[in-house]
Design a protein around this ligand. Structure first.
Ligand SMILES: Cc1cc2nc3c(=O)[nH]c(=O)nc-3n(C[C@H](O)[C@H](O)[C@H](O)COP(=O)(O)OP(=O)(O)OC[C@H]3O[C@@H](n4cnc5c(N)ncnc54)[C@H](O)[C@@H]3O)c2cc1C
Length: 532
């Protein structure tokens, strides 16, 4: 059943919404659900014809694929903030299926390194792989650092919910501890612990989860990701679409509405106060509170009126920041059950026989260059409900990061109507990703029934993220210095939610939603969620 309702049939005759939320990603739906549960009447407006942002799924030829969720940490462990938060915003309806103890396998050439869940287990495993590493002391020190970073989060979140004036006064103190790590690159911190390039390569093998190799990424992001998966990972029962499917009723049952095909063209501002939105069809909808899940670049540089952008010099604030990486995704369908095909539940991170991720990324400048990384996920094997929903069908997703510029010449062209050169480029890339799949599962060579490649242009079309950015603003040290990336904004009654508030990921986007709800309700909603 379709999630949400279509914008064009919605009766706007009594437009009495307390809050309008632009975008229905996890950042938008989570803040909407929390506000709805606090008694507010909310309206979520989504430009796509599907609700969910990067958690939406799509169907083709009898298959279904997830686009932006392959595994999530902490959610399967009772008592964690993420577990409680998902319980809260779905009224306990969303279920998670834990992945196996080894949830990620990193393959460098022929050498396999297993990411095993559990702090002690992972530490032991790494010491086995690197027995000569300073008697294990550098590995111990790495785990201590991860712990230290985790403890800095609460101040960071509090600061993101403060009004700009208060943040100016107390923000420096609240951010101090965190900036010590956020301001350093992952590589510089790891080099302080070890001079073993193989160990650094393995510790950062999951860098695709935040899109930047170690010399470019902030150590804070790396540490958050490593902590996030420390106790393994899980997959939503029913696929990523279950997220919107279980949150939307929580909103609708409380007189809220979640509408698709609803493109917001502009945020309406009067005397530096957000008062409503203007839709693509010219309709104006008003509310006391406007919340944007459309990302910082869209919100501050595209959706606000020109005078507001100039008044606050948003261009200046954002000019040092880049959109995150772009990607291509190969969606594969096979006419056989995952069990029969012996598809694994773990993901793969595949690399050539080389451990310097920065060097590999820098050399990836043309189509025949070595692929720096490929990520493989087997959603039909992870989801326990898959077999009953799609009997005798299996799906696989293969992804790599790719420079957006390779596709820039087709900017402005129409989806599904691009020229022959574009199709040829896509086919060549699809074959490269298939070759990566066959590297680890050669038995699938003659089994592929269907495949389709998405490019950064597809991502841009369906999510509006500039340059097909998959993680919002790139997670460089500079990102963490930029105060504009907060739930509260310099425009009164305008709030930001989602991955640009705290960090990218499903969990990060959800944290952004809780921070935004806390700022709007002027209550610490983490406490409320914790106690419920
Ligand atoms: C390929 C890929 C794989 C990923 N894998 C994982 C993973 O395994 N685990 C994990 O934790 N995270 C993963 N992520 C990251 C995670 O999906 C995102 O960080 C998170 O979902 C972002 O949520 P959000 O709400 O901030 O933004 P989004 O989900 O992007 O939502 C923003 C919404 O705003 C809408 N919008 C934009 N402009 C307008 C407008 N003008 N009017 C109306 N609507 C508008 C968009 O259409 C979109 O639906 C992955 C991402 C990608 C792309």
């Amino acid at each position: 059943m379709k999630i949400g309702k279509t914008y064009h049939q919605h009766p706007f005759k009594t437009p009495t919404y307390d809050a309008i939320i632009i975008g229905s990603g996890i950042g938008g739906l989570s803040v909407a659900a929390i506000l709805a549960k606090a008694g507010k009447k909310v309206l979520v407006l989504e430009q796509h014809y599907e609700i969910g942002g990067y958690t939406h799924t799509f169907k083709r030829k009898g298959y279904e694929w997830d686009v932006g969720l392959h595994y999530v940490g902490d959610v399967h462990i009772e008592g964690t903030v993420l577990h409680k938060a998902f319980q809260y915003i779905t009224d306990g309806q969303l279920k998670w299926a834990a992945m196996p103890k080894v949830y990620d396998k990193a393959v460098f050439g022929n050498q396999v390194y297993e990411f095993v869940s559990g702090r002690t287990s992972l530490k032991t495993q790494l010491k086995k792989y690197f027995p000569s590493e300073k008697d294990g002391k550098s590995i111990d020190a790495y785990f201590e650092l991860l712990k230290e970073v985790r403890q800095l989060n609460s101040n960071y979140y509090i600061e993101k919910a403060l009004p700009p004036i208060l943040s100016k006064i107390t923000g420096k103190f609240l951010r101090k501890g965190l900036l010590k790590y956020a301001n350093q690159t992952t590589l510089s911190v790891l080099k302080g612990l070890t001079d073993n390039p193989k160990l650094i390569g393995v510790l950062t093998a999951q860098y695709g989860d935040y899109g930047l190799p170690p010399a470019q990424s902030s150590f804070y992001m790396h540490a958050m990701l490593a902590n996030h998966y420390m106790d393994g990972a899980a997959f939503p029962v029913g696929g990523a679409g279950s997220i919107a499917r279980t949150i939307v009723p929580v909103i609708e049952e409380r007189s809220g509405a979640v509408l698709f095909n609803a493109t917001v063209r502009q945020i309406l501002v009067e005397n530096n106060k957000a008062v409503g939105v203007k839709m693509a069809d010219g309709n104006e909808i008003f509310a006391k509170t406007i919340i944007s899940d459309a990302g910082a670049i869209n919100t501050f540089l595209k959706l606000l009126p020109k005078e507001t952008i100039e008044k606050h010099q948003f261009n200046n604030s954002l000019k040092k920041l880049q959109p995150a990486a772009a990607h291509i995704g190969l969606y594969i369908g096979i006419k056989a059950a995952a069990k029969k095909l012996e598809l694994p539940k773990n993901n793969f991170w595949l690399f050539p026989d080389a451990y310097d991720h920065d060097e590999l990324q820098a050399a990836y400048t043309h189509l025949d260059a070595t692929l720096p990384v490929a990520y493989i996920s087997f959603p039909s094997a992870k989801d326990p409900s898959w077999e009953s929903r799609y009997p005798d069908r299996a799906t696989i997703e293969v992804i790599t990061l790719i420079p957006y510029e390779w596709f820039a010449q087709w900017e402005g062209t129409t989806w599904k109507k691009r020229d022959e050169n574009y199709e040829q480029l896509k086919e060549k890339l699809a074959q490269q990703l298939l070759a990566q799949l066959f590297r680890v599962l050669p038995q699938l060579k003659d089994k592929i029934d269907y495949y389709e490649l998405s490019t950064p242009l597809s991502t841009e079309k369906f999510t509006h993220h500039p340059k097909g950015a998959i993680y919002g603003i790139a997670h460089t040290p500079e990102r963490f210095q930029q105060r504009l990336l907060s739930a509260t904004t310099p425009v009164k009654n305008l709030y930001l939610t989602g991955q640009d508030v705290v960090i990218a990921s499903i969990g990060g986007g959800l944290m952004g939603g809780i921070v935004a709800a806390s700022a709007i309700l002027k209550r610490n909603m983490f406490n409320q969620i914790w106690k419920h």
